[in-house]
Design a protein. Structure first.
Ligand code: NDP
Length: 436
């Protein structure tokens, strides 16, 4: 704890992990202790922090801080997104990087865990300002990444525009046309279905998780938070599966749409106009806009399924109580660590089916790994091919975490199952590779 002082998000992620893998650790206690396996696992292999100076449209120099945490490379090159948000500091990047290790392991693909980003806020910046920031950021980051060493991707605030600017600068500096970033545009090495992958994967996961509990997803209602990349494609796939989504949100407010959230309108507002949800309300007069988290926020709306898709710790104990009071059946996490620890415990106690982020949102990074494969073979697969692989990966994850939970006496505890299944593979690889 002393080593990571002032990093509550990192503590939260590690605590949740260690508590749930206890049965595995007890089984191998002597060996793990001798090898300091858990100590090594919780210590990033490398942490990089750097200055990112750039010039705004008024000619004023601005200075941000850049981060990359290369957490664990036991099973493959570091892989994980870049978050651009004013709240970014080591505590956030380390919690995300730590979770990424086990998520990536669960995909069954050869990728290690990493994460990065900056406290830069793309909101309200011109395209030119975003480009100058991204170029400056990559001018340092390029020294630490590569197609076979560390392959960053998007996350909050980093979408197709930012990845494009960063890729251009990497190529310009190194002269290499290689798959060093994922989430690229389709004209320069991107994969079909990557944009949709996290949201679609979340719904494939939720559908299968309900199925093994003998529940049919079709005809259910859902509440979704967020209105970014994950939320938009979660809502689209939910609609395709016959689920009516009643809400979405951003950092300034939330929408209740009794007719079901309209994805085309949401895409217009968010992807094209980069606007606020007040514009959604104007375009859909039947919907209701609430400021901030007024009237209980999205979790106060009655629905069968809750899909948090915005950010960490956005669903607290009071929210969990409101969901349970409204008869929620399942909570599946699209965002990373959106549910607080006490809320997670409460949901599990109340018998709510809980799909943890590491498993439920792994479709994004899994498809990023498929993008890496396509880049390596210099081929592009069709949308249907990638989507079918994604769906199969999510189905496999559900069965693996279910089996791991059962094997270690935690039947129905999918958070424990995800941590255990993800951990076993990484632990095995770390032990095999000796003390490194
Ligand atoms: P986007 O930037 O596209 O969207 C984020 C959404 O969440 C926006 O609606 C944003 O509102 C809202 N949001 C962000 N921060 C806050 C906050 N502090 N309070 C309230 N609302 C907030 O990001 P993504 O959709 O890509 O990511 C969402 C979550 O999913 C994150 O936890 C991310 O780590 C996780 N994730 C993403 C993957 C991906 O492939 N993109 C893969 C796996 C996980 P506003 O625009 O107003 O800020």
């Amino acid at each position: 704890v002393a080593k990571n002082a002032g990093e509550p998000e990192f503590h939260q992620a590690v605590k949740e992990f260690l508590e749930t893998v206890r049965p595995v650790v007890e089984k191998h206690e002597e060996q793990y202790r001798k090898l300091a396996l858990l100590e090594r696992l919780c210590e990033p292999e490398r942490q990089i922090r750097f200055r990112v100076p750039w010039v705004d449209d008024n000619g004023q120099v601005q200075v941000n801080t850049g981060y990359r945490v290369q957490f664990n490379s036991a099973i493959g090159p570091y892989k994980g997104g870049l978050r651009l948000h004013p709240s970014v500091y080591f505590g956030i990047i380390k919690f995300l990087g730590f979770e990424q290790i086990f998520k990536n392991s669960l995909t069954g693909l050869p990728i290690g865990g990493g994460k990065g980003g900056s406290d830069f806020d793309p909101k309200g910046k011109s395209d030119n300002e975003v480009m100058r920031f991204c170029q400056s950021f990559m001018t340092e980051l390029y020294k630490h990444i590569g197609a076979d060493t560390d392959v960053p991707a998007g996350d909050i605030g980093t979408g197709a525009r930012e990845i494009g600017f960063m890729y251009g600068q990497y190529k310009r500096i190194t002269g290499l046309y290689e798959g060093v970033l994922t989430g690229k545009g389709l004209t320069y090495g991107g994969s079909l279905a990557r944009t949709e992958a996290t949201g679609y994967g979340l719904l494939y996961f939720t559908e299968e998780l309900l199925k093994i509990n003998n529940i049919d997803i079709a005809g259910k209602t859902a509440v979704v938070s967020g209105s970014g990349n994950v939320a938009i494609y979660a809502i689209q796939k939910a609609n395709q599966l016959g689920v009516k989504v009643l809400t979405c949100s951003d950092s300034t407010g939330w929408i209740y749409d009794p007719d079901g959230v309209d994805v085309t309108t949401l895409q217009l507002v968010k992807e094209q106009h980069r606007a606020r949800l007040t514009e959604y309300k104007e375009l859909r007069p039947n919907s209701v806009y609430h400021e901030g988290r007024a009237d209980g926020g999205v979790w106060g709306v009655k629905a069968d399924i809750a899909l948090p898709c915005a950010t960490q710790n956005e669903l607290n104990l009071d929210d969990a109580k409101a969901l349970v009071a409204n008869g929620v059946i399942a909570v599946c996490e699209g965002a990373n660590m959106p549910t607080t620890l006490d809320a997670t415990e409460y949901l599990k106690e109340q018998g709510v089916i809980f799909g943890p982020a590491k498993a439920a949102n792994a479709g994004g990074v899994a498809t990023s790994a498929l993008e890496m494969s396509q880049n390596s073979e210099r081929l592009s697969w069709t949308f249907e091919e990638v989507d079918a692989k994604l769906k199969q990966i999510m189905i496999n994850i559900v069965h693996n975490i279910d089996a791991a939970a059962k094997e270690y006496g935690k039947e129905g505890d999918y958070a424990a199952g995800a941590n255990i299944a993800g951990f076993l593979k990484v632990a095995d690889a770390m032990i095999a590779q000796g003390v490194v």
